[in-house]
Design a protein around this ligand. Structure first.
Ligand code: 13P
Ligand code: ZN
Length: 384
C-alpha cells in the first residue's frame, strides 16, 4: 500500500483541505498531528525510511516513547497538502526517551515538522494519559472570529467558556469541560507548549490570544468538529457584539443547569456565574495565623485545591481576597447568591471541612462558635 492510500493519511489530508476552505489557514498558518496506531504503522513499514537522523524535539515527552506521528511540515501551506502530501507532510518516530525524532517518510523536498511540534507532542502526551489513549488528533488553526474576541474579552477560561456557551445551545454539549485561554506568548517553543499542555489536562480546546486555537480529539471528525463549533460560536458572538453591546435575552445559568440535567452533563459551576453582581452581598472575616506560619499560609493558598475553588464558585463566592498585616488576616468576598447561601454551601461541604482541618495547624483558632467559621465583621460603610 502507498503511504498516501492509508485511511489515516486520507483523513489527515481531508482535514487540511476542509480547514483551508473555512479560511483558517492563510499561507502556512496552522498545523496538524496524528498519533499513529501500531497496526497502521506496521502495514506501511516497507515504504518507510530507516536511515533518518535523530533530531532534538526541544522538549521531553517520555509518555510518547517510541510512538510515531503524521505531522504537517513547517512552512507548508495547508491548501497544498492534498496536491502533494509527500512534500507537505512527515511521518516521524520518537526515540525511547521521547527527546528526539527522526523522519520515516515525507518532506520529500526537505524541511522540518511544524514549528509547533513541542506543543503538539506535549498535548498528545497529556491527552494520551488523560483519555486512556483515546485521543489521537491535535489541531491548530487561525480561526478569525475567536482571534477577534481575544482583543475584547478578558483572557479568562470562565469568560471565554461562558460567552461561547451562550451563543449556541449545542456548545455546552460539545465542550462541557469548557475551554482554556493562554495570554499572548511567543509561539513555537517549549514555554508556550508547557502552558498549553497544562490547560489540556482539563480542557479539549485552548485559545492562544491574538493567534488561534488548539483542539484535541479522538478522531479527525471530532477534532475538526470541536474547532468548527467553537469558531462558529465565536462568529455569532462577534455578530451580536457588532449589532449592540447588550443582550435582550440569552441562555441563563438556570437554563444551562436544566440542559445539564436533561443531557446528563456535568457543567462546572465556575462557568455559571451571575453576570449582574452589582448588588451582591459582601462578607468580611478576620483571623490570625500562628507565629511564623505566614509563609506556609501563603503557600497553601497559592496551591488552593481545585475542588475547593469549585465549592467556593458553587457557593456564589466571587472576588475572594485575603489581606495580611503581620499575623492578622482579613478576608473579603462577594456573595452572588447572598451570604446565607454562601455559608450554607460551605457548611455542608465535606471539601471545606477537609480544608479547615488541613489549615488547623497553622491558624490561631478563634472560630465563631455558631458558624464554625472565622468571626465575621460588621459592615459600617459602603460606596458603590
Ligand atoms: P508551521 O508552518 O511551522 O506549522 O507554523 C504555523 C503556525 O501556525 C505557527 O503557530
Ligand atoms: Zn499558529
Amino acid at each position: 500500500m502507498r503511504v498516501t492510500d492509508a485511511e489515516f493519511v486520507q483523513g489527515f489530508i481531508r482535514l487540511c483541505s476542509d480547514g483551508y476552505a473555512q479560511g483558517w489557514h492563510e499561507r502556512n498558518g496552522g498545523n496538524l498531528s496524528y498519533r499513529i496506531r501500531e497496526s497502521e504503522l506496521s502495514t506501511l513499514r516497507p515504504r518507510l525510511r530507516t536511515d533518518g537522523v535523530w533530531q532534538s524535539i526541544g522538549t521531553a515527552v517520555p509518555g510518547l516513547s517510541g510512538e510515531a506521528f503524521l505531522v504537517s511540515g513547517s512552512g507548508k501551506f495547508m491548501r497544498n497538502v492534498a496536491l502533494d502530501p509527500e512534500a507537505c507532510l512527515a511521518i516521524i518516530e520518537l526515540d525511547p526517551a521521547g527527546e528526539n525524532y527522526r523522519l520515516l517518510w515525507g518532506l520529500r523536498d526537505g524541511g522540518k515538522p511544524t514549528s509547533e511540534l513541542p506543543t503538539h507532542l506535549m498535548n498528545h502526551e497529556v491527552k494520551k494519559r488523560a483519555t486512556n489513549g483515546r485521543h489521537r488528533v491535535i489541531y491548530h488553526a487561525h480561526t478569525p472570529n475567536l482571534i477577534a474576541l481575544t482583543f475584547v474579552l478578558p483572557l479568562k477560561d470562565e469568560v471565554f467558556t461562558r460567552e461561547l456557551w451562550e451563543m449556541a445551545t449545542e456548545c455546552p454539549v460539545v465542550f462541557p469541560d469548557g475551554i482554556g485561554v493562554v495570554g499572548w506568548m511567543v509561539p513555537g517553543g517549549r514555554e508556550i507548549a508547557v502552558e498549553t499542555s497544562r490547560l489540556m489536562e482539563r480542557y479539549d480546546a485552548v485559545v492562544w490570544a491574538h493567534h488561534g486555537l488548539f483542539c484535541s480529539g479522538e478522531s479527525f471528525d471530532l477534532c475538526f468538529g470541536l474547532m468548527h463549533t467553537i469558531e462558529k460560536s465565536a462568529e455569532i458572538l462577534v455578530k451580536v457584539l457588532s449589532v449592540r453591546s447588550d443582550r435582550l435575552q440569552t441562555i441563563r445559568p438556570q437554563d444551562f443547569r436544566a440542559l445539564a440535567a436533561d443531557f446528563r452533563l456535568s457543567l462546572p459551576e465556575r462557568f455559571l456565574y451571575e453576570k449582574e453582581s452589582k448588588c451582591a452581598e459582601r462578607l468580611a472575616w478576620r483571623g490570625r495565623v500562628k507565629a511564623g506560619c505566614m509563609a506556609e499560609y501563603r503557600r497553601r493558598h497559592a496551591e488552593l485545591w481545585p475542588e475547593m475553588a469549585e465549592v467556593l464558585w458553587a457557593a456564589g463566592i466571587r472576588n475572594y481576597s485575603i489581606f495580611a498585616s503581620g499575623e492578622e488576616l482579613f478576608g473579603y468576598y462577594e456573595c452572588e447568591r447572598g451570604v446565607a447561601y454562601a455559608e450554607k454551601v460551605q457548611a455542608e461541604s465535606p471539601v471545606v471541612k477537609r480544608w479547615n482541618a488541613y489549615m488547623q495547624d497553622i491558624l490561631e483558632l478563634r472560630m465563631d462558635p455558631e458558624t464554625g467559621a472565622q468571626p465575621k465583621l460588621t459592615q459600617v460603610f459602603r460606596l458603590d
